[in-house]
Write a protein that binds this ligand. Structure first.
Ligand SMILES: [Zn+2]
Length: 360
């Protein structure tokens, strides 16, 4: 017997449809997107979070989340319910004949020349950060001191990247291919730059956060996004790692001298998941909102016993917000230990109440 209401609660319709690669836009109390069940030119798929249902005006299909997932995976009711009670929606398991939009653009891996350009740009941006007191003050406000900024090679997009690359004998074409330059324009101007470093401390990728309310909030390099900070976490040799959502949440973890990585969103790539399986303990400290909780549950179901979902202290939305509190680190570790203890209890109670699990 399955608790259908519990399954519906664990798989909110909007998040599930998003996970299936459908881009949804809010329109009043509903969301609209392109239907994955027919070749949909216009957004005909409507999703209604209040009733937990969807309906496509193109192919006249509709139902609840169980119906949606069953249709997507081409499984019957019973099999779908069994699947949903055990899993998040795993895109890799979908049949290939399902039409769907990719949920994020996939870029080719960088060439050696492009990697050299990324590293040279990171050096340039780091030098710029030294010149801008107000940007260093902004970072300090968000809990990132200058010592940490130096160690992680944080930077600031000041103007003059093209001249810098030329002075280093680097051509500009690779910089244009990966989005560091747009013609003569410098898209990272005015942004705090956060690089991903390899084991040798070279920058291999970077993102730039706007200082104000500019859009997009994070501008990424046109290159495959990493699990931010993975090399640093692996080099530390800790058997545990904290998984965060955004670059600033990750910076907070680093500032607390903890082993941390950032998903750069709520989606973990296959490579990112494989890397997380390499840690003995994985603490999922994602944002305290719908997408964050949904992603944490999906990750936890993939990672099994090594995963612990960390409930942040009440009223705190993300790790960086906690990092701005004087007692943030202590409060976080308290939450982490409490969540861990709850998890251990859950595991041991399932073992005791389920004779099959005990025998296994
Ligand atoms: Zn349809």
């Amino acid at each position: 017997m399955y608790d259908l209401d519990a399954i519906r609660t664990a798989h909110p319709i909007v998040e599930t449809v998003c996970d299936a690669g459908v881009e949804l836009r809010r329109s009043g109390r509903r969301f609209a997107g392109r239907c994955p069940f027919h070749a949909d030119g216009a957004p005909s798929l409507m999703v209604y979070p209040e009733t937990g249902s969807y309906f496509c005006f193109g192919c006249n299909t509709g139902g609840d989340v169980i119906d949606f997932v069953g249709r997507l995976r081409r499984t019957g009711f019973k099999e779908t319910v069994e699947y949903l009670s055990q899993h998040g929606l795993e895109l890799d398991h979908l049949p290939t004949n399902v039409t769907r939009l990719p949920s994020r653009t996939v870029f080719p891996a960088l060439t050696a020349e492009e990697l050299a350009t990324v590293d040279a740009a990171a050096t340039y941006y780091a030098g710029m950060l030294n010149r801008y007191t107000d940007v260093r003050a902004y970072l300090a406000d968000r809990g990132v001191g200058s010592d940490l900024a130096r160690r992680l090679r944080l930077g600031y997009g000041g103007r003059g990247l093209a001249a810098h690359l030329r002075s280093r004998g680097l051509p500009l074409d690779p910089a244009r291919r990966i989005g560091l330059l747009d013609g003569e324009r410098e898209p990272f101007t005015g942004r705090v730059v956060i690089p991903d470093l390899d084991a040798g401390g070279h920058a291999r990728w970077l993102t730039g956060r706007t200082l104000g309310s500019g859009s997009p909030r994070y501008l990424n390099l046109r290159a495959p996004a990493p699990l931010l900070g993975l090399r640093r976490a692996q080099l530390r040799g800790d058997r545990a790692v904290i998984v965060t959502e955004g670059p600033f949440d990750w910076l907070t973890g680093c500032g607390w001298e903890l082993s941390a990585v950032a998903l750069l969103g709520t989606h973990a790539s296959r490579d990112a998941l494989a890397a997380l399986h390499g840690f003995r303990r994985v603490y999922l400290a994602l944002d305290a909102d719908g997408p964050g909780r949904h992603a944490a549950r999906a990750l936890a179901s993939d990672l099994g016993e090594r995963a612990t979902i960390v409930d942040l202290p009440r009223g705190i939305h993300d790790l960086n917000e906690l990092g701005q509190r004087r007692d943030g680190r202590t409060a976080f570790l308290r939450s982490l230990h409490a969540s861990h203890a709850r998890m251990e209890e859950t595991w041991s109670s399932t073992t005791h109440s389920n004779p099959r699990a005990r025998a296994a």
